[in-house]
Design a protein around this ligand. Structure first.
Ligand code: NAD
Length: 342
């Protein structure tokens, strides 16, 4: 089998994460990149030595003989590209979340099923070593039946104010809540039946970013498990790590705690700052891309080649979006909300 011919849709920050991994993977050739801002696609193509660049995904699809695409546009802009690529028979790695409305989720699922293409959504927390080891322990029976989980997954404020130009058109629920919901669904191996959530706002709005600051959500699973999630975008920028991460899973025979926001494996102090650099998510070691943010992308290509199932199914990703839509509704109405499923 020849190399998989990939096109990247969205030449932004996270598009580069995909490009760095593809550049190293012997099974892939990135033949084109597109961005609605053609100058960004051109610069990206130059940086990664990609032969072709386009100003729209439709043009890229029609002019390049692609096998697969990475969809790395903002959260609310995944659906049209995903449907067009499915209709063109292309396999897809779609950045999380799959989509942000009921209609968009449903039309992607329909297009994927109709065209029998393969899709993975990049819910990469499943590749984070501490979470993967905790899940293994649960699967091996060491914790017994899972009964409750707690997951605090927050971002420093600059992610909303400086990093993402489109944070006001999204939500911390789409940005990090999607990872949190996926993780607890994966641990409980069950569907969320209903949610109750509250939110707080005002800090980001006072800075001109029209979105909620923080959500706290309670999820009730079909088999009786319960989970509490916290997802916020207002952690102070001076905290030691971009993410504030605490996790607990409690079963009837044991429990596991994770605290990933305060690794003291590396502490760096200079005359300008002190921090604890990331050693888990993404970094370069001896020039090679390392960390779980790259492992999920590697898995997509490895399993496209081998034909094995992806660790994250289309249904997983669709149901994560449905849980988040229910959380949003509950926070707005103050009422518990039943969750839809595909
Ligand atoms: N897995 C993770 O943890 C993780 C981390 C960061 C970002 N992401 C996800 O990656 C996606 C992109 O985020 P980002 O930080 O790279 O954003 P970004 O703003 O840096 O880049 C997005 C790019 O998409 C382009 N774009 C917008 N609409 C388009 C369209 N219809 N067609 C083609 N190009 C279009 C924009 O011009 C921009 O260059 C988001 O869904 C985000 O949630 C995931």
């Amino acid at each position: 089998m020849g190399k998989i011919r990939v096109g990247i849709i969205g030449a932004g920050v996270w598009g580069k994460t995909h490009a760095f991994l593809y550049r190293e993977h012997s099974g892939v050739e990135v033949v084109a990149v597109c961005d609605m801002d053609k100058s960004k696609a051109d610069a990206f193509a130059r940086e990664f030595s990609i032969p072709m660049s386009f100003g729209s995904h439709s043009q890229m699809i029609s002019e390049c003989a692609l096998d697969a695409v990475s969809i790395v546009t903002p959260d609310f802009a995944h659906a049209q590209a995903a449907c067009d690529c499915a209709n063109a028979g292309l396999d897809m790695l779609i950045e999380k979340p799959l989509a942000t409305t009921y209609d968009d989720v449903e039309r992607i699922v329909e297009a994927v099923r109709k065209n029998k293409v393969r899709v993975m959504v990049d819910l990469h927390n499943r590749w984070s070593p501490p979470f993967a080891i905790a899940k293994q322990s649960l699967d091996e029976g060491e914790l017994g039946e899972p009964r409750s989980a707690y997951f605090r997954l927050n971002d420093q404020m600059w992610v909303a104010t400086d990093m993402l130009s489109w944070s006001a058109k999204s939500s911390i629920l789409w940005f990090l809540g999607s990872h949190a919901v996926d993780t607890v669904r994966w641990f409980f191996n069950d569907e969320v039946e209903s949610v109750f959530a509250v939110s707080s706002e005002g800090v980001l709005r006072s800075k001109g970013i029209d979105t909620e600051d923080i959500f706290q959500s309670i999820l009730k699973f079909r088999k009786g498990g319960i989970a509490t999630l916290e997802n916020g975008w207002i952690t102070p920028n001076s905290s030691p790590c971009v993410n504030d991460i605490k996790f607990n899973i409690t079963g009837d025979k044991g429990m596991i705690n994770l605290d990933l926001s305060n690794s003291q494996m590396i502490e760096r102090f200079t005359d300008k700052k002190s921090d604890r650099p990331d050693v888990l998510v993404q970094h370069f070691i001896h020039g090679k891309a390392k960390g779980f943010a790259y492992e999920s992308i590697r898995h997509f290509i490895d399993n496209l080649v081998s034909g094995e199932e992806f660790l994250v199914s289309l249904e997983d990703a669709a149901n994560v979006s449905f849980v988040i839509l229910a959380i949003m509704e509950s926070a707005k109405t103050g009422e518990p909300v039943k969750v839809c499923h595909v």
